[in-house]
Design a protein around this ligand. Structure first.
Ligand SMILES: [Zn+2]
Length: 443
């Protein structure tokens, strides 16, 4: 190993040893391990640290990441970034004044905020390209920030180690990626998205720092809908068109959710800026398209029911826990007098992919054109609750349907909680197929 190759490792060991051992001594020892004992670099570094009484676990584990991949709560994060801003800050911690710094760093995938806890020890300035090691990330108000604590270290890198990242004039952020609602996926950071505020609701929630107000609702564009949470008051109004920048996506059961906080940008748009966005019913989406992002809010899917699952039709539920009662007994509460309910579990196929669909009592009643009470009567007359499942099959099996609802995902795949279901008329189906073809061709 050449001298300049070994230098950053010497510096790293010196950092782990808190500067108690001279770098020339470390270098000598490290070279000894590498050239005489011929052990791997990792083993050599750990041995040197141990020999000088340090903690080998404080060495970098090489968890090299890109900015857009960093999620909250990660340890040992290594990032190659350009420093965009650096702002000194004085804070009082337990009555003691302390100097910190905060700012933004970026790579080609996006930018993120950081807090530097020891600005005297880790030196860098805006414009520098640096290798950050052993940082940790925290999520706060829907934003992921980087922390450079006492284990972090920084190495200056050549300026051309990263492509030039342009911060917008007057702002301190690198431009984010502009995406459509239908493309939002869990883990995205620093995205820009435009659409209509369909609903907005003010809620108060309790956090570690006391009560906090959050504004949440649905945002829609021509490709779909997404639930959002605004962690600052942007005076959002129902029906208005907005462009939100520096937002961040978090998934819940696969359903992407948009978050944006105090550092986001919200710009009002005119109708002519977003001619494609209509406020009406969602346009149909292909199952593959939803699979790509893991889930969807209020999606419309058209396909054919290819299977009606066991447990569809008339069922009984435990009055205490609502679990399905089998042979007169609840799995938790034993023998109970169950309450009648209706549901459908089925598989929808849109020609390219399949989707599990679950319909509750209300949707099932609409599909059957009969109320729960009528179904109970039918079953009692026939002395067999299975007649209701047969009725369901008759109505939907092998029939083209359009279903609408939230689509979740887990290890078994996608599942729609259906809020509306109806048969597709032939001419409507053709129109829908044409619309889907158009949408797919568009992508
Ligand atoms: Zn029960």
């Amino acid at each position: 190993m050449e001298k300049d190759e070994i230098a950053p490792h010497v510096k790293e060991i010196a950092r782990v040893l808190n500067g108690k051992v001279e770098e020339s001594k470390i270098e000598e020892e490290l070279e000894n391990y590498l050239n005489v004992y011929r052990v791997s670099l990792d083993t050599a570094k750990r041995s040197v640290v141990k020999n000088f009484g340090g903690d080998p676990n404080a060495l970098t584990r090489g968890n090299r990441r890109k900015v857009s991949d960093v999620k909250g709560g990660e340890q040992n994060v290594d990032l190659l970034v350009r420093v965009l801003t650096l702002n000194p800050k004085e804070v009082e911690i337990k009555g003691e004044k302390r100097q910190l710094a905060y700012g933004l760093v970026a790579d080609e995938t996006g930018s993120m905020g950081y807090t530097l806890w020891e600005p005297q020890r880790l030196l860098f300035k805006p414009g520098d390209v640096i290798m950050l090691r052993n940082a940790y990330s925290k999520e706060y108000n829907g934003r992921v920030d980087l922390n450079l604590g006492n284990r972090a270290n920084v190495e200056q890198m050549p300026k051309d180690a990263l492509p030039q990242i342009d911060a917008p004039a007057g702002g301190s952020y690198a431009p984010g990626e502009t995406v459509k609602v239908g493309e939002l996926a869990d883990g995205m950071n620093n995205v820009t998205v435009s659409g209509r505020i369909v609903t907005v609701e003010r809620r108060e929630i309790n956090t570690e720092d006391g009560a906090k107000v959050v504004f949440s609702g649905i945002l829609a564009d021509e490709t779909g809908k997404v639930q959002y949470s605004a962690w600052a008051d942007y005076q959002l109004k129902e029906g208005e068109l907005v462009r939100i920048s520096r937002a961040y996506v978090k998934g819940w059961k696969g359903v992407p959710k948009l978050n944006f906080g105090e550092r986001a940008g919200v710009v009002r748009l005119k109708a002519e800026d977003l001619p494609e966005v209509t406020s009406g019913k969602p346009k149909p989406r292909s199952i593959e398209d939803i699979e790509r992002v893991g889930g969807a809010t209020d999606a419309l899917v058209i396909g054919t029911i290819v299977d009606v699952k066991e447990g569809s039709g008339l069922i009984k539920r435990c009055p205490q826990c609502k679990r399905v009662v089998l042979k007169g007994a609840c799995r938790i509460h034993g023998k109970v007098e169950g309450i009648w309910d209706l549901r459908v579990k089925a598989i929808l196929d849109d020609g390219n992919s399949t989707l599990a669909v679950v319909m509750n009592r209300t949707v099932t009643e609409t599909v059957l054109g009969q109320k729960l009470e009528d179904c109970v009567k039918r079953a009692q007359e026939a002395l067999n609750p299975d007649v209701v499942r047969e009725m369901v099959e008759e109505k939907i099996l092998a029939k083209p349907m359009q279903v609408r609802g939230n689509v979740l995902s887990d290890e078994y795949g996608l599942m729609m909680i259906v809020s509306e279901a109806s048969a597709v008329e032939t001419d409507l189906k053709e129109a829908a197929v044409a619309m889907l073809a158009e949408l797919e061709g568009f992508q």
